[in-house]
Ligand binder design. Structure first.
Ligand SMILES: [Mn+2]
Length: 337
């Protein structure tokens, strides 16, 4: 028997109750649109653990699994939302801050999710059972902790998924959310079969040439705002067309905008026919970029947030700069934003 742990004393009980509710049901394990490593890794691990308990679980996504996360899937059942019959099924959402972020009609298909397991501070608690811990670095961290606390079996692929969720959402163990528990859990996941070297190779050493072309365009577009404390890069449809890059190739680009000395907030703004999308990253949690995103109906974490808007660029940009300026001024004067 594995040693008993008590990593999530407040959530282990509700998690046990959730498992009981799922017994004998067909379960859809849902993530969010444009899934990242924590989303896919958490879906894989939860789905496999549920199946190990005789629960018929399937991962359902509005978007395809990104190319560089395919290695996490293995024989885990993944289907696209459009191909999935939702009748008689119950839903558990992972890493999905609000019900609408699941995209492609999944909110309508599952108006009353049974479970919602997440670490976003902006989570809207839209399910019957909401297992939320915003102190955790990743949904993968919460799930790993809960599986260990409740003695559930974590196979090698699940361990790799949980590890990738933690590694990616902590920025390779760099962000302030990187706690002692993160390292302890990661060590346990290695013991169970996770491989950091294999994960790094899949995640970071298989970039497409097109992506680096897009990065070039992004770097060239940099503009400093708010007394050089904010760096903003822009990508329009032409940048995507010229480089041949895909939507998922924007991942990680915004980190370059944040990396400059003296810059507190880095931003990527995509101005495309389907609307404006902005990704925001701050160096310190006191710069609550999730609150900036919220002004435009977006959300996320204190240091990493995003938004989508139908505003035109000329309407959006001055308003956006004004809100970011207010955030900086609030932090400077020591008041909450
Ligand atoms: Mn996450």
């Amino acid at each position: 028997m594995p040693e008993e742990t008590n990593l999530y004393p407040d959530l282990a009980g509700p998690f046990r109750s959730l498992l009981e509710k799922l017994q004998g049901r067909q379960v859809a394990v849902l993530g969010h649109a444009r899934p990242d490593g924590d989303c896919i890794g958490s879906q894989v691990a939860l789905c496999r653990v549920l199946r190990s308990q005789g629960i018929e679980a399937t991962c359902v996504n509005p978007d395809p699994v990104p190319r560089r996360l395919e290695f996490l899937v293995g024989d885990t059942p993944f289907v696209r939302a459009a191909d999935f019959r939702t009748e008689a099924k119950v839903a558990v959402f992972v890493d999905c801050a609000d019900h609408g972020r699941s995209g492609a009609g999944l909110r309508e298909a599952f108006p009353e999710p049974v479970g919602n397991i997440d670490h976003h501070v902006s989570n809207t608690r839209y399910a019957q059972s909401n297992l939320i811990d915003s102190q955790s670095s990743a949904t993968g961290e919460i799930l790993a902790g809960l599986f260990l606390d409740t003695g559930l079996p974590i196979d090698a692929l699940s361990a790799q998924g949980l590890y990738v969720g933690i590694a990616t959402d902590t920025g390779q163990f760099c962000y302030p959310s990187t706690s002692r528990r993160v390292f302890e859990l990661s060590a346990q996941l290695l013991e169970l079969g996770a491989s950091p070297a294999a994960a790094t190779n899949e995640l970071y050493e298989r970039e497409s040439f097109n992506k680096l072309e897009l990065l070039g365009r992004f770097l060239e577009s940099f503009r400093l705002e708010c007394e050089d404390r904010v760096c903003i890069g822009f990508l329009d449809q032409k940048a995507f067309d010229d480089s041949g890059a895909s939507d998922e190739d924007t991942e990680g680009l915004v980190d370059y905008a944040r990396s400059i000395e003296g810059v507190d907030v880095g931003v990527l703004i995509e101005d495309r026919p389907k609307g404006i999308k902005a990704s925001l990253r701050s160096k310190k949690p006191v710069y609550r970029v999730d609150q900036v995103a919220k002004v435009f109906s977006g959300g996320g974490h204190a240091c990493a947030a995003g938004l989508n808007t139908d505003l035109s660029f000329d309407e959006f940009y001055p308003k956006f700069i004004r809100v970011v300026r207010e955030l900086l001024a609030a932090v400077d004067s020591g008041v909450d934003f």
